[in-house]
Design a protein around this ligand. Structure first.
Ligand SMILES: CC(=O)N[C@H]1[C@@H](OP(=O)(O)OP(=O)(O)OC[C@H]2O[C@@H](n3ccc(=O)[nH]c3=O)[C@H](O)[C@@H]2O)O[C@H](CO)[C@@H](O)[C@@H]1O[C@H](C)C(=O)N[C@@H](C)C(=O)N[C@H](CCC(=O)O)C(=O)O
Ligand SMILES: Nc1ncnc2c1ncn2[C@@H]1O[C@H](COP(=O)(O)OP(=O)(O)OP(=O)(O)O)[C@@H](O)[C@H]1O
Ligand SMILES: N[C@H](CCC[C@H](N)C(=O)O)C(=O)O
Ligand SMILES: [Mg+2]
Length: 498
């Protein structure tokens, strides 16, 4: 692709001398990491939290960058003379990176949907892919659990990947025949415009509770970041799906209406387009009576927790917005499987017991998960959990409180301590815990939880869900809650056999 063609996707003016001198140059790649620059690459210097990418302009040019794009607010490193160099100064490098990545890695899709909110994104993206797939559509979802597509699952890193990595993945999926894509729009991703490389047809909002205040500073700023899905990202004429049961639903509806997006709402209120009239728990399944635009109809959700009803219906409305028929959607919901590590039943420690792994790592999701399990508890509800390091410190005592209030016994342990001292994180969680114990080391804590179970007990191992590693002091050590539980169960069996 020629540079002049690529630069056409930027809204900002390009100086004539750049186009005259470089317009015909063939671009060999786009990146925001100077260490990946090769001859012919366009390098975009992103002002980051640690460092301003503009500092790496000399390195990028040395590595053969055909053009570097930097913020008009940034300073070059000392002694660097920018005169006569192929440098484009623009207002918004994040947006430029996304637009350039989108143009450089074209990936024609029929439908792109993105879901935002504090909890439920991974579940909804996976459910939407499953609903599409039930109709023979080649679909994929990309997010916290990686990529799930027709050819299986690949582990991933970020909830919303950076635009270059994202577009490379999307191109791979398109080459496999994928036409429909469901994405998770994290607040970091929206703020950093990571999804601006794609044209989003359908957006959805689930719920908003405390998370990521370390990054956003205030709840209002966090909400504003999430609101960008409707205020900016969903394309003109696109559709917004909104969960009205959440207190922030009305705000998101207002934002979507201001953009004149087609709005479809779901919730218990009779104002919702899809009305949840009642939910009856039938064993580990739920029967939901719906009213509104799909008529008076029952929908069967084969998952635990009323939050999964909300997730399934948001995904259902996203599929509906894309043209699927209500009956086909309801049939597909009946066959949904939960995303890995989301309220997943992974074992038993004796008769009438159950062990669940769940990804709840916020005060609200921990409360929601514990409340979802409560109806099935005949003995005690035991909760093993911790809080992540290098993340919002304010949520730690609130997570302790959630477990204290809604579990019968709390085992407070380590999540991903990252660069922090795990003992200090545990101490912050323990501030509000009166009904439990602190245990250093996640395996030890899980083994204790499994060991103390007696008939009628349910154990919830919360916080790490699908994760296969534990980040401690910059190193990712292999760790999986699934394996830790299996190990604890094997130890009990071994003990019993002796
Ligand atoms: C807080 C956050 O969003 N951080 C992201 C951000 O890092 P940063 O701002 O610290 O970047 P930086 O290190 O200052 O570097 C600035 C720029 O210089 C470049 N650089 C750097 C060094 C060098 O030698 N050469 C060079 O060019 C970097 O590539 C970068 O473009 O930009 C990086 C490059 O895109 C991301 O990898 C990084 O994600 C980190 C790994 C991360 O942990 N992010 C988490 C918090 C995150 O994004 N989470 C969300 C939400 C999760 C959820 O709730 O589900 C997610 O979407 O996953
Ligand atoms: N609709 C919901 N409302 C409240 N809690 C939920 C909801 N859906 C899921 N949860 C809880 O939140 C946890 C995370 O769910 P999920 O992974 O689907 O959300 P997410 O938004 O993708 O999270 P993340 O931001 O970490 O990627 C689940 O394990 C469950 O405990
Ligand atoms: N996307 C979330 C995941 C948190 C998972 C939890 N296990 C933790 O480490 O806190 C984050 O990066 O904050
Ligand atoms: Mg997720």
């Amino acid at each position: 692709m020629k540079l002049s063609e690529l630069l056409g996707v930027l809204d900002e003016p390009i100086e004539d001398f750049l186009l005259a001198n470089l317009g015909e140059a063939v671009v060999a790649g786009v990146t925001s990491d100077s260490r990946s620059v090769e001859a012919g690459f366009v390098f975009v210097g992103i002002p980051g939290l640690q460092v301003d990418g503009t500092q790496f302009v000399p390195q990028a040019l040395e590595n053969g960058a055909v053009l570097v794009v930097v913020s008009d607010q940034s300073d070059f490193p000392p002694d660097f003379d920018a005169r006569g160099k192929p440098i484009l100064r623009i207002q918004d490098p994040h947006l430029a990176l996304a637009r350039l990545a989108g143009a450089y890695f074209p990936a024609p899709l029929e439908q792109v949907a993105a879901v935002t909110g504090t909890n439920g994104k991974t579940s909804i993206a996976s459910f939407l892919r499953q609903i599409w797939a039930s109709q023979g559509i080649a679909a994929a979802n990309i997010g916290t659990i990686g990529i799930e597509g027709p050819k299986g699952t690949r582990y991933g890193g970020l909830t919303t990947p950076d635009p270059v990595g994202l577009m490379q993945s999307v191109q791979g999926l398109v080459a496999e025949g994928v036409t429909h894509l469901a994405l998770e729009a994290s607040s970091h991703g929206l703020e950093q415009k990571r999804l601006d490389c794609l044209s989003v047809d359908i957006g959805a909002f689930t719920n908003l509770t405390r998370d990521h205040l370390d990054y956003h500073g205030t709840f209002e700023a966090y909400r504003a970041a999430k609101s960008q899905l409707f205020s900016r990202l969903v394309r003109d004429g696109g559709t917004a799906i909104i969960n009205l049961d959440d207190p922030s639903g009305a705000h998101f509806l207002k934002v979507a209406k201001a953009r004149r997006l087609t709005c479809l709402t779901v919730g218990r209120s009779s104002d919702a387009d899809l009305i949840v009239r009642s939910i009856d728990v039938e064993g580990f399944d739920q029967r939901v009576h719906l009213g509104g635009i799909w008529g008076e109809i029952d929908c069967f959700v084969p998952l635990v927790g009323s939050f999964q009803v909300s997730n399934a219906l948001v995904a259902g409305l996203m599929a509906y917005a894309g043209g699927l028929k209500p009956q086909d959607i309801i049939d597909a919901i009946c066959g949904l499987t939960g995303a890995r590590g989301r309220m997943e039943l992974v074992g038993q420690s004796g008769a009438d017991t159950a062990i669940y792994v769940d990804y709840s790592h916020t005060p609200d999701s921990l409360e929601v998960a514990l409340k979802a399990l409560r109806p099935f508890v005949k003995g005690r509800l035991i909760c093993v959990f911790g809080a992540g390091g290098d993340r919002d410190t304010g949520k730690r005592p609130l997570m302790g409180q959630a477990s204290n209030n809604f579990a019968d016994y709390s085992i407070v342990t380590d999540d991903n301590p990252r660069s922090e001292d795990p003992a200090l994180i545990r101490a912050a969680v323990m501030e509000t815990v009166t009904n439990g114990v602190e245990v250093a080391g996640r395996q030890k804590a899980i083994s204790l939880g499994v060991d103390m179970m007696t008939s009628g007990d349910i154990l919830l191992v919360a916080g790490k869900g699908h994760e296969t590693g534990q980040t401690i002091k910059g190193e990712i050590l292999p760790f999986s809650d699934h394996e830790a539980i299996a190990k604890a169960l094997a130890e009990i069996e071994k003990g019993a056999a002796l």
